[in-house]
Write a protein that binds this ligand. Structure first.
Ligand code: FMN
Length: 385
């Protein structure tokens, strides 16, 4: 069974979801909840996912939004609230692993990384650019703390080429290999690491790029005699999808959209209901003010933007390096913050390509149970052996 080294048959002769290993850290269930900013995945969702045996992830984009001093001191506020959220999640966790999602494009990337490491999170997931200096920060914090820290470093990439560059550069500069890769394909929600014309091109399908990344990391893993787990993300929706990617050799999956429609998701109920109400034709691609395409749900705010009705405003959040205040038609941080609070007239929601399939809000436990059942059924029905 390719990619399955810890799956086994139970007494009932059913295939159980295998565990997911990042070196010495093990999640019982190979499901990572994708980090979702602004405020969509905080300690509430992350600890609920961890308690089901998966990897819960706190997103750091604009995490300090509730701090009254954020406008004056954005870097300090984000680090303070990140510390609080990690501690809250740890207090509520009895199982699983805790990760933090820190996009390279954030202006305070380094400060958030050092805060997360000092708070002993299990894993840092980092995309929206190549996190070339991540191992350097790990070394610096270990030296400051005078102890080896446990945090694993898992970049999010969209091609085998990016995975190869990171392995090569981290090895030569820091003698460090990534502890895993999340491979995010063109059907994901949020900002996408593709050109618009690549989004529907089969040459960039998730199946294709997962296979490319597995091939790219193989020589590094073999030489170092260790596993580099590859995780598939973007459009993974059912237990059947999970089985498909594990069979291909992925070690696990990362899912975002499904976790939005859970009671434990940290966003306002109106945000979740937008997913439940979404029709296929509502899922759209926008050109985000940060210069990347993004997948979102159509609404009156985005229509106003496309008609040129929204005007730029002075940047108060200083969140993303790649955002050009002069050219941006609106402030994406403010729009996503409004959506998080349920004020959808003045904001919009990011969503994956399958968001229109969501028909109800469930608990994280119910979601895990249905995914496990579907995995089990699908594994036997479609197993090509
Ligand atoms: C509402 C929303 C917000 C997101 N925010 C982030 C983010 O802050 N950082 C990031 O790396 N990915 C972000 N993503 C991507 C997810 O982490 C995940 O990889 C992706 O949604 C997986 O695809 P799926 O939604 O089809 O499961 C976001 C996705 C959604 C739906």
């Amino acid at each position: 069974m390719p990619g399955i080294d810890s799956g086994y048959l139970t007494e009932e002769n059913s295939m159980q979801l295998p565990s997911l290993k990042f070196g010495d850290l093990v999640a019982r269930i190979p499901i990572i909840q994708g980090g979702m900013g602004v405020g969509v995945s905080l300690s509430g969702l992350a600890s609920a996912v961890a308690n089901e045996g998966g990897v819960g992830v706190i997103a750091t984009a604009m995490i300090g939004m509730k701090d009254p001093n954020r406008k004056k001191d954005p870097v300090g506020a984000d680090s303070r609230i990140l510390t609080d959220e990690i501690r809250k999640a740890h207090e509520n966790m009895t199982d699983g692993l805790l990760g933090v999602n820190i996009m390279c494009a954030l202006t305070n990337f380094k400060e958030l990384v050092t805060t997360a490491i000092a708070e002993q999170v299990d894993i840092i997931f980092s995309g929206a650019g190549l996190p070339l200096d991540l191992p350097q920060y790990l070394k610096e914090v270990s030296n400051d703390l005078k102890e080896k820290v446990r945090t694993k470093l898992v970049p999010i990439v969209s091609s085998g080429r990016a995975a190869n560059i990171l392995c090569r550069k981290w090895l030569s500069k820091f003698d460090y290999l990534p502890d895993g890769f999340v491979v995010e394909g063109p059907r994901a929600g949020g900002h996408l690491g593709f050109k618009p014309e690549q989004l529907n091109d089969p040459a960039f399908s998730l199946e294709k790029i997962v296979a490319d990344v597995i091939q790219a990391v193989k020589p590094y893993a073999e030489k170092a005699q260790r596993q580099i787990p590859v995780i598939a993300a973007g459009g993974v929706y059912t237990g059947g999808d999970i089985a498909k990617f594990l069979r291909m050799g992925a070690a696990g999956v990362q899912m975002g959209t499904r976790f939005v429609a859970t009671h434990e998701c940290d966003a306002d109920i109106a945000f979740k209901k937008a997913f439940v109400d979404a029709r296929r034709e509502d899922v759209t691609i926008i050109k985000s003010p940060v210069g990347l395409p993004g997948r979102a749900l159509k609404n009156s705010f985005l229509e106003d933007v496309s008609r040129g009705k929204r005007s730029p405003r002075k940047c108060v959040f200083k969140c993303l390096r790649s955002c050009d205040e002069q050219k941006a038609p609106y402030c994406i941080a403010q729009a996503l913050l409004n959506a998080y609070k349920g004020k959808l007239k003045n904001g919009f929601v990011f969503a994956g390509a399958n968001a229109y399939l969501v028909d109800k809000i469930v608990s994280v436990r119910e979601l895990f149970n249905s995914l496990k059942e579907e995995f089990d059924t699908f594994w036997y029905k479609e197993d090509p052996r």
